[in-house]
Design a protein around this ligand. Structure first.
Ligand code: ARG
Length: 571
C-alpha cells in the first residue's frame, strides 16, 4: 500500500469508478489538498471525466460517492459543479501516525529504476565556481531523495579534464618546471597565466597545440603532468565536498578523459547508421527540430575539421556508456540552464543512434544563476570571481554570530552548530526556490530565523529536542487528536510521503523545502495553543502531544537530511 494519502484516496475513487466501466489510475483521480472547512482533500475527476463521458459532472460525482468504500474518510460530499470533498477520519489519522517508523510512511518504489546521476562536474585546473556549487548541492539532494524513494543511483562526476585547454596548461606547467610535490595553489591564477601566455606568445601557442596532440596520443611525460594536474584539482574538489558533506568520492570521477577511448567508435557507429553528415569538413549530426535564428538546421559537431573531438561527442559516448555498458535506465544531468540546448541535442542524437531506447529517459536538470545583491552574477567585493571556499567560510562566520546571540552552548559546541547552520543556509537557499530560476544571494534572508529558511527548521527541531529533554518521566504515547491545531499538525505529518513523491517526480527539492516549512509552522501553532509539559496538561494528553512532537522532529530531521542539511539537537 502506498504511503501517499493522495494515491490511497485516488485508488478508492478508481475502485468506485470500475463498476461504472471506467478505468483510471490513482493519479488520474486528481486528488488535491483542500482548504475548505471540513475537507482535507478534494477529488476533481468528475469534472474532466463527465465532459469526456457526456455525463453531468455532479451526477457522476454522486455515483462515485455512492459506490465508494473508503474506511479512512468521513462520508464524502459532492460540492459545487462536481467536486468531491474528502475529510480524513480523525481516529484513522491518529492510528496512522502512531504506526509510523523513521521512514515516516514512505514505501520504497515497487519498480526501482537505475539512475546515473551526473552532478558537480567541475573543471580541472579551475577553481569550482558558484555554478558548480548549485549543481553539487542540487545533485546531492536528488541522490539522497531518489535513494530514499527506493531507486538505485550511481553518481558520476563528469570532470572537465580533457581537450585543448590542457595542451596550454601542461605546456605552461612543464615550462614552470613543475614537479609533483608542488601544489598549484591558486588554480584560477595558473589557468589565467597559461591563457595570457597563449594569447600573447604565438610560439607558446604552437607548443601548446603540439601538447594537445602529445596528450591525445598518450605521450608518457605529458600524461604524467596531466595526471598531476588532475590529482591536484581532485584534492581541491574533495576538500569542498567534505566541507559540504557531499557523497562524491574520487571513484565517482568519470571525467571527459574517461570517454576518450570511445569517441572514434561512436562516430564510426553513427556513420554506419547513415545519420551523420559532413559540413565544412566537420562530421555532424543534425537532430530534427533544432534550428538557428535564420531557420538553418543546427549541427551537433562530432569531429571538428582539424580532427579534434569536442564536448558533444563526449556526451554521446557518456549516454552510450551508462545505458549500454552499465545498464542504467535513466540519465540525469544537473547542469546550468545555459547548456539546455546542448543536452536536448545530445538526447535527440542519442535516440537517433539508439543509445537511448524507448524504456530510457534522459533529463537535463537545469538551474538558474546565483545573483549578487546588485542583480548581477555574484562576485567578490573587489569584483573578482567569488571562490567557493571563501563563500562557505563566510557563511559559517555569519552563522557563528547568529548562534552566539541565542545560544547557551560552550564555544566548541557553538562552532559545530555554526557550521551546520551556515552550510545549511547556503544549501537551503539553493534548494528552496524553483531551481530553474535565478536567485539573489543575501546573507540576511538566508539566515533569517523566521520564514522558509533552514535556520528556522533547525531551531524548530532543536526546540522539540529541548522539550523532550525536559519531559523527564513522561514518554511519548498513543496519539489522540482532539484540538484543531493537533489535527492540523497531524495531517501535515501524514503528508510526508506525498511531499517526497512530488520532490522525486519533479526532481524538485523545493517542494520538500516548502513542505518542511509548513510542517514547522504547523508545529509552532500547535505548540502555541496546545501546551505539552504544562502542569495543566493531563498525562494521556501530554504523552500524545509528546508523540506528535517526536514525529515532527523525525520529519524535520529526515527531510533536512534528504536536502543534505544537518539537524543539530541542541543549538
Ligand atoms: N564541466 C562542465 C562545465 O563546467 C559540466 C559538465 C556537465 N556534464 C556533462 N555530461 N556535460 O560546464
Amino acid at each position: 500500500m502506498s504511503g501517499d494519502i493522495t494515491v490511497l484516496l485516488g485508488q478508492r475513487v478508481a475502485d468506485a469508478l470500475a463498476p461504472l466501466g471506467v478505468e483510471i489510475t490513482p493519479d488520474e483521480a486528481l486528488i488535491r489538498p483542500s482548504t475548505r472547512p471540513g475537507a482535507d482533500y478534494q477529488c476533481n475527476v468528475a469534472m474532466s471525466l463527465g465532459k469526456k463521458l457526456g455525463r453531468p459532472p455532479r451526477e457522476l460525482a454522486q455515483a462515485i460517492v455512492d459506490g465508494m468504500a473508503a474506511p479512512e474518510v468521513e462520508a464524502p460530499e459532492v460540492a459545487g459543479p462536481g467536486f468531491i470533498n474528502l475529510a480524513l477520519r480523525t481516529d484513522w489519522l491518529a492510528a496512522r501516525l502512531s504506526s509510523l517508523d523513521d521512514r515516516v510512511g514512505v514505501v520504497p518504489a515497487a519498480e526501482p529504476r537505475r539512475f546515473a546521476l551526473d552532478y558537480s562536474s567541475p573543471n580541472v585546473a579551475k577553481e569550482m565556481h558558484v555554478g558548480h556549487l548549485r549543481s553539487t548541492i542540487i545533485g546531492e539532494s536528488l541522490l539522497r531523495l531518489l535513494r530514499f524513494a527506493g531507486h538505485e543511483v550511481v553518481p558520476h562526476n563528469h570532470l572537465g579534464d580533457w581537450g585543448t585547454p590542457f595542451g596550454m596548461l601542461i605546456e605552461h606547467l612543464s615550462e614552470l618546471g613543475w614537479s609533483g610535490d608542488h601544489t598549484i595553489g591558486d588554480l584560477n591564477g595558473f589557468y589565467q597565466e597559461a591563457r595570457k601566455k597563449f594569447d600573447a606568445d604565438p610560439d607558446f601557442a604552437d607548443r601548446a597545440r603540439l601538447r594537445v596532440v602529445a596528450l591525445q596520443s598518450g605521450d608518457e611525460p605529458t600524461l604524467a603532468l596531466w595526471r598531476d594536474l588532475v590529482e591536484e584539482s581532485t584534492r581541491h574538489f574533495a576538500k569542498v565536498y567534505e566541507l559540504l558533506d557531499i557523497s562524491l568520492t574520487p571513484s565517482d570521477i568519470y571525467g571527459e578523459s574517461f570517454y576518450n577511448p570511445y569517441l572514434a567508435e561512436v562516430i564510426t557507429e553513427m556513420e554506419a547508421q547513415g545519420i551523420t553528415a559532413v559540413s565544412d569538413g566537420a562530421v555532424c549530426v543534425f537532430p530534427p527540430g533544432f534550428a538557428n535564428r535564420d531557420g538553418d538546421p543546427l549541427p551537433l559537431i562530432l569531429r571538428k575539421r582539424d580532427g579534434g573531438y569536442g564536448y558533444p561527442v563526449t556526451d554521446l559516448a557518456t549516454v552510450r556508456y551508462w545505458i549500454r555498458d552499465r545498464g542504467m535506465t535513466d540519465l540525469l544531468y544537473v547542469v546550468g540552464t545555459p547548456q539546455a540546448q546542448h543536452f536536448q541535442m545530445v538526447f535527440a542524437a542519442s535516440r537517433m543512434a539508439g543509445y537511448l531506447g524507448p524504456g530510457n529517459t534522459a533529463v537535463h536538470i537545469g538551474f538558474g544563476t546565483i545573483l549578487g545583491e546588485d542583480g548581477k552574477t555574484i562576485r567578490t567585493r573587489a569584483g573578482g570571481t567569488l571562490k567557493l571556499v571563501d563563500l562557505l567560510d563566510e557563511a559559517v562566520q555569519h552563522a557563528a554570530a547568529l548562534v552566539k546571540e541565542r545560544s547557551s552552548l560552550d564555544a566548541d559546541e557553538q562552532a559545530e552548530v555554526a557550521r551546520a547552520v551556515g552550510i545549511g543556509a547556503v544549501k537551503y537557499a539553493d534548494l528552496s526556490g524553483d531551481r530553474e530560476k535565478d536567485y539573489t544571494f543575501t546573507w540576511e534572508r538566508m539566515l533569517a530565523t523566521e520564514g522558509n529558511t533552514s535556520v528556522y527548521l533547525q531551531y524548530a527541531n532543536a526546540r522539540i529536542h529541548s522539550i523532550l529533554r525536559k519531559a523527564g518521566e513522561s514518554a511519548p504515547g498513543e496519539i489522540v487528536i482532539t484540538e484543531p491545531a493537533e489535527r492540523a499538525l497531524a495531517l501535515k505529518l501524514a503528508q510526508f510521503p506525498t511531499a517526497i513523491a512530488a520532490a522525486v517526480e519533479g526532481y524538485a527539492p523545493h517542494k520538500l523545502c516548502l513542505y518542511l516549512f509548513e510542517t514547522a509552522t504547523a508545529f509552532t501553532s500547535f505548540y502555541d495553543s496546545c501546551p505539552i509539559l504544562a502542569a495543566t496538561t493531563p498525562e494521556p494528553v501530554r504523552r500524545s502531544r509528546l508523540a506528535l512532537a517526536v514525529l515532527t522532529s523525525t520529519v524535520l530531521t529526515r527531510g533536512l537530511g534528504l536536502l543534505g542539511i544537518e539537524a543539530p539537537t541542541r543549538m
